[in-house]
Write a protein that binds this ligand. Structure first.
Ligand SMILES: Cc1cc2nc3c(=O)[nH]c(=O)nc-3n(C[C@H](O)[C@H](O)[C@H](O)COP(=O)(O)OP(=O)(O)OC[C@H]3O[C@@H](n4cnc5c(N)ncnc54)[C@H](O)[C@@H]3O)c2cc1C
Length: 415
């Protein structure tokens, strides 16, 4: 990446952000005379934005389009924060990708002058026989990624904020932490624009025709490209209902932000890590940038329509989270709810990402299926997709359509 002149970059960032924020149809970046691009990337979430940037860095002319704007509030990438952890049980590929992505996030944070990564560390909580923690220890060890195993007394000593069951254990990843999700994606897009990607707000319709697609409709205007990449997250099953309607199912996910008492520093960054609780299927972050102590529920809620469904608080899940908070974080028993977010998981049945060509169109790619764990991998995934699109070669079988069986309907939030 070229050594950046920060003042010029910040000026370009401000200009690009201003245009990204506007919904005018004017585009940013170099006008492509022929009106045709090497690659048209649809969707400026974390998958599409890093893919566009990686393709541009491989010398392709790229148009990036989003219907609501980069990391908008409906997008799965539009949340406040997202955890980056390297522990993935026995799934070594994702540990490698997360470890490969972390320095890219840090580099962009550094070069943009924006805080995109908070090095809070990540604490896993589990029962003594937790297989994911046990396998993560093996994988992290193999990849020389730092970690520390914690007994119940270590946990109680290090983190008196915790209410702990008998037999609870911990795994600490000191290099891991929290990414400022929405902000980070908008910085990736601004960087992509700075490096020559053209960004345009617009709604893209599903491709039609046979075998090779020449153009797609953007707000009713025909736009030509040699290759089309649909990185449309939870919208993929809406755009390709026959192909993906039962392979990627968006489900409702909720995050609650609690306000620690004024002056109580026990729950802020540097006093408590980002955490994943395998005992209660929850996860969260300490109070970062004054947004409150986040508690998210790692269970599939009801099926969710990202365009139409309202993002209101569900009383039943709120009561459950309150009870949980009182048990796990007694110091937050009476903390007020200061913010709440509803987002959707883009669930694939095997929780593996989908990266494959459309079976009917040789130059159309489908990229999605983040399944509640995709954000952190943006840099590695973008480079991988760009490599497959430009260099060919077969895609890892776990990512192919063939390996994505239909999703059983997500279970209703039963707690
Ligand atoms: C509650 C919650 C917590 C999570 N926590 C974590 C975490 O801690 N760590 C982690 O790594 N991951 C986490 N994830 C998962 C992660 O956020 C997602 O996997 C990731 O953001 C998916 O990105 P995406 O680019 O595929 O989709 P999106 O971010 O949804 O982007 C898709 C984009 O496509 C655009 N689009 C769609 N259709 C069209 C069209 N026809 N024309 C033009 N534009 C279109 C949309 O406007 C949208 O901006 C979490 C997810 C949720 C819901």
């Amino acid at each position: 990446m070229p050594k950046l002149n920060r003042r010029k970059f910040v000026k370009a960032l401000a200009a690009a952000s201003a245009v990204l924020a506007s919904d005018s149809l004017s585009s940013v970046g170099p006008a492509v005379s022929s009106g045709s691009y090497d690659v048209l990337v649809i969707g400026a979430g974390v998958f599409g934005s890093w893919t566009a940037l990686s393709l541009r860095r491989s010398g392709r002319s790229v148009l990036l389009i989003d219907q609501y704007g980069p990391a908008n509030s409906r997008a799965s990438s539009g949340g406040e924060t997202r955890i980056i952890r390297m522990g993935y049980g026995a799934q070594e590929l994702y540990s490698r990708w997360a470890w490969q992505s972390l320095p890219e996030w840090k580099r962009l944070s550094e070069s943009s002058g924006q805080t995109l990564f908070h090095p809070t560390g990540v604490l896993w909580l589990g029962k003594a026989d937790d297989p994911e923690i046990a396998q993560s220890v093996v994988t992290l060890g193999k990849l020389s990624i730092p970690f520390e195993r914690l007994s119940r007394s270590d946990l109680a000593g290090h983190f008196p904020q915790l209410g702990l069951e008998e037999g609870a254990i911990g795994l600490l990843e000191p290099a891991a932490g929290a990414l400022m999700a929405r902000r980070a994606v908008q910085v990736v897009v601004a960087q992509a624009v700075r490096e020559g990607v053209e960004y345009r707000p617009g709604l893209v319709s599903a491709p039609s025709g046979t075998a090779r697609v020449e153009s797609v409709s953007v707000n009713g205007e025909s736009v030509r490209a040699a290759t089309f990449i649909f990185a449309c997250g939870p919208w993929l099953p809406h755009i390709f209902p026959k192909l993906l309607g039962d392979k990627i199912v968006p489900s409702r996910g909720e995050e609650f932000f609690f306000g620690p008492p004024a002056g109580d520093r026990r729950f802020i960054e540097n006093s408590f890590p980002t955490w994943i609780d395998n005992i209660s299927d929850t996860f969260g972050t300490p109070d970062i940038e004054g947004r409150g102590f986040k508690i998210g529920v790692d269970l599939h809620g009801p099926a969710f329509d990202p365009d139409r469904d309202s993002r209101t608080l569900d009383e039943k899940s709120y009561r459950w989270v309150r009870d949980y908070a009182a048990r796990r974080f007694p110091g937050l028993k009476d903390a007020p709810l200061i913010e709440h977010r509803v987002c959707q998981y883009e669930n694939a049945s095997n929780e593996e990402f989908l990266i494959d060509r459309h079976p009917s169109y040789e130059n159309v790619w489908l990229v999605g299926g983040g399944s509640g764990h995709g954000f952190k991998h943006g840099p590695a995934l973008g480079a991988y997709v760009a490599g497959k699109v430009t260099g060919g070669g077969s895609v890892d079988p776990v990512f192919t359509l063939a390996s994505h069986a239909p999703v059983k309907s997500p279970s209703i939030f039963s707690r």
